[in-house]
Design a protein around this ligand. Structure first.
Ligand code: ATP
Ligand code: MG
Length: 747
């Protein structure tokens, strides 16, 4: 052991942090506010256990909130602990990951014990909803009374609360619940038949595995002598039980969290876990860190002055050695376009101002946070027009794009032949003349003979009602999948994937449709397989598909690229930036509360505000717009809401805040002149607030778009917020424009 290195480890910590890091074994809870070094302490604790405690890396399990955080922790550790990089290889040594990835890994190893094969698919929310829709249709559920989405939500809730379908049925109250119970039971059965699990299953099945096979649990409790969890306040019940099961033997759990940053209660996270922890582990040591290293004093005080308004919280206050810094700036805008413009102005101002002086600022120093994804659109447009590089975390996830999912469905089916959801997705895409009636017959045949859907395809010859023409098409598809299922073991992963993608014909189809961006996305899938295969010696398609299923928005965010980051407040958890903007601070938007919400919902919003403000290291800007347009989704089209400033702004201790005077920026006026939609307070609301806009939208009408100029409407599709126009623009050719976002002026 390098003693010097070890000293260095503890030297960079304050006394309280050091105590937590160097504490003797046993249950430990580190409870403290934002930026006090919890994540740092957790990372150093691992390094300390290895360096000082002589604990082997593979005896340690660390749980992070995102895959990205896991990767960062691994990188950090390989720098902290000398000649140990290989020990932090996820595969051989230390296990670091999210609950979902750790559980998936355990399940892969023991799936057979639960009646699944190792190749099980992981269904994302779209797959899950698709399956529920199918079941709902099968059971003739009246969807006007119960939407598939609502059913899905209730099922997931029940699963999260560890309520099985039969328990749910027993507890069910009204006729709706009875229907949900039937869908739930069939849903679980179908998942099993498809050799598939949803996200909730990933957390639940390990508990079942441990309960049924105590020898397997014993194996893990022996292996994981030390368990560490970050963001403990956002664990849900199932995750807590999982931890408790694994820690049953040695009881070395090191949990760090902040009750003020619990922002996932709506998803079932329970702060109760913090209380239970102290009960389940009565000898647990509790550490509190009180020094904040992230933010200036003004930011810290401002954040504190709001969070103390919550009743449900453990009292605590952070202090900092840092300078007061500039006051928190409050920016008042006239509407959302103006707000975006002000933010843009601030960014340019900061950059030019700072870069003249001693320190310099780059785009990556800025993050713009918002409550709902929809708010990003206007900000994005404004930055794009100004030529400012930006990245958006969220929106439609890469792996949720249609063409990406299509290609992955082929891979999934070849890897897991039982996966009927994937099969259904691609059996007739690209078109190969297999119709819905034929598919229904195949499904029926599969059910009667207790076969997987793919096997039923292979046995299509035995279904007399399917005619010879269709039969050959079905057989051709079956042989195609079968061939790639066996080629999987003969080719390298990348060769196989390349060949499969090529053979599907999807790329050729998309090229013929001139959908080049989609082709690019498919290439990106192949690139990511290449990358994955290079990373792991034992790369398999199942492993790749699992990673893809568990990837989240934030994991794909590359903070090294020099761009402004746009993301929701939820995504920003755990991160820090020199300069933070929080936009849309308006009653009804942030806090985002609906009628019928209770105090606890407001408190959760306030915690989210606390999370947002405490991301800032040097400067914090808070903005709101006096009016904001909202698309109602019905014939009314756009309406403009007058907003009250968020109550959080009033709650801020004004000593740390400075209101900036509002001026109407130049660019703002320019857009107004060209688009007609950018308007200030004093001006009349545009005419299309009512039905007249929808009436005006007709084929043949001329329109003006702020970016693309003049054009003629060729086609009108969809309704409400999906109202889409195909427009032939004079300069840029034909484009499809969503009216909601298009800023169109009808001439
Ligand atoms: P959050 O609650 O937002 O997750 P946290 O409590 O996990 O925050 P960290 O992210 O670990 O806090 O630390 C916040 C910042 O302070 C980081 O940049 C970290 O490197 C720095 N920091 C923490 N402790 C120290 C220390 N003792 N000396 C110097 N810098 C520190
Ligand atoms: Mg942290």
């Amino acid at each position: 052991m390098s003693g010097k290195k070890y000293d260095y480890l503890l030297e960079t910590l304050n006394a309280a942090q050091r105590q937590a890091v160097a504490s003797s074994a046993g249950p430990i809870l580190v409870l403290s506010g934002a930026g006090s070094g919890k994540t740092r302490v957790l990372t150093y604790r691992i390094a300390y256990l290895i360096e000082r405690g002589g604990i082997r890396a593979d005896n340690i399990l660390a749980v992070t909130f995102t895959n990205k955080a896991a990767q960062e922790m691994q990188e950090r550790l390989s720098r902290l602990v000398p000649y140990g990089a290989s020990r932090f290889n996820y595969h051989d040594g230390l296990w670091v990951g999210t609950f979902h990835s750790i559980c998936a890994r355990i399940l892969r190893l023991h799936a057979d014990r639960l009646g699944f094969s190792r190749q099980f698919s992981i269904y994302d929310s779209e797959d899950q909803l698709g399956l529920i829709r199918q079941i709902v249709a099968e059971l003739n559920v009246p969807t006007d009374k119960l939407s598939p989405g609502a059913i899905h939500h209730r099922i997931s809730r029940a699963k999260n609360g560890l309520q099985t379908a039969s328990q749910f049925a027993e507890a069910s109250g009204d006729f709706r619940d009875e229907i949900i119970a039937r869908v739930y039971a069939l849903y679980q059965q179908r998942l099993r038949e498809n050799n598939a699990m949803d996200f909730d299953d990933l957390l639940i099945y390990p508990l079942e595995l441990f309960r049924q096979h105590t020898e397997i649990l014993a194996n893990y409790t022996q292996r994981f002598r030390h368990i560490l969890v970050d963001e403990f306040q956002d664990t849900n019940r199932t995750q807590y039980l999982f931890l408790r099961a694994l820690a049953a033997r040695d009881r070395n759990v090191f949990a760090v969290g902040d009750d003020d940053q619990s922002i996932y209660r709506w998803r079932g996270a329970e702060v109760r876990n913090i209380l239970d922890f102290e009960q389940d582990f009565p000898d647990c040591k509790v550490f509190r860190l009180e020094q904040n290293y992230r933010s200036t004093r003004n930011i810290l005080e401002a954040a504190h002055s709001v969070i103390v308004k919550n009743h449900q919280r453990l009292p605590k206050k952070l202090w900092t050695e840092r300078e007061a810094g500039e006051p928190v700036a409050l920016l008042e805008a006239e509407n959302e376009f103006h707000e975006a413009q002000i933010i843009l102005d601030k960014i340019t101002e900061e950059i030019s101002h700072h870069n003249g002086g001693t320190s310099s600022r780059s785009f990556r120093d800025f993050a713009i946070l918002y409550r709902t994804n929809a708010q990003s659109r206007v900000i994005e447009d404004t930055l794009r027009r100004a030529g400012i590089p930006y990245v958006i975390v969220g929106g439609l996830r890469f792996y949720e794009r249609k063409e990406v999912k299509d290609v992955l469905a082929y891979m999934r089916l070849a890897a897991n032949p039982a996966d009927a959801v994937s099969l259904r997705r691609i059996i007739n895409y690209p078109l190969r003349g297999i119709g819905e009636t034929t598919i229904k017959k195949l499904e029926e045949f599969a059910r009667v003979n207790n076969l997987t859907l793919l096997k039923a395809l292979g046995g299509v010859g035995e279904i007399p009602t399917i005619k010879a023409g269709s039969r050959d098409k079905v057989l051709a598809f079956y042989n195609f999948i079968d061939r790639y299922a066996s080629l999987k073991n003969q080719l390298s992963l990348l060769e196989w994937a390349n060949a499969l993608v090529d053979a599907t014909g999807i790329v050729r189809l998309l090229k013929s449709e001139n959908a080049l961006e989609r082709v690019e996305n498919i290439n990106e899938v192949l690139r990511s397989i290449h990358e994955y295969a290079g990373q792991f010696r034992d790369a398999t398609i199942e492993g790749y598909l699992e990673r893809v299923s568990l990837i989240t928005d934030i994991d794909r965010w590359d903070e090294k690229s020099n761009a402004v980051t746009l993301m929701t407040l939820h995504s920003a958890k755990g991160l820090e930036f020199p300069i933070i903007f929080i936009s849309g601070l308006e009653e009804g938007l942030f806090p985002l509360i609906r009628t019928g919400d209770v105090d606890s919902d407001l408190e959760e919003e306030r915690r989210l505000f606390y999370v947002g403000t405490t991301r800032a290291k040097e400067k914090l800007f808070l903005s709101y717009a006096a009016t904001r347009s909202r698309f109602t989704g019905n014939a009314k089209g756009l309406t403009y809401n007058n907003n009250l400033p968020s109550r959080f702004l009033a709650e801020l201790d004004q000593r740390f805040v400075q209101r900036e005077s509002v001026r109407r920026p130049r660019a703002f006026e320019t857009h107004e002149a060209e688009g007609g939609k950018y308007f200030g307070h004093e001006q009349a609301m545009p005419d299309y607030e009512n039905e007249s806009q929808e009436n005006e939208i007709q084929i043949g009408k001329m329109v003006k778009h702020p970016q693309f100029g003049l054009g003629e409407i060729l086609a009108v599709d969809g309704k409400g917020e999906n109202l889409k126009l195909t427009i032939a623009f004079e300069k840029v050719g034909t484009k499809k424009i969503l009216v909601q976002y298009g800023n169109l002026q009808i001439l």
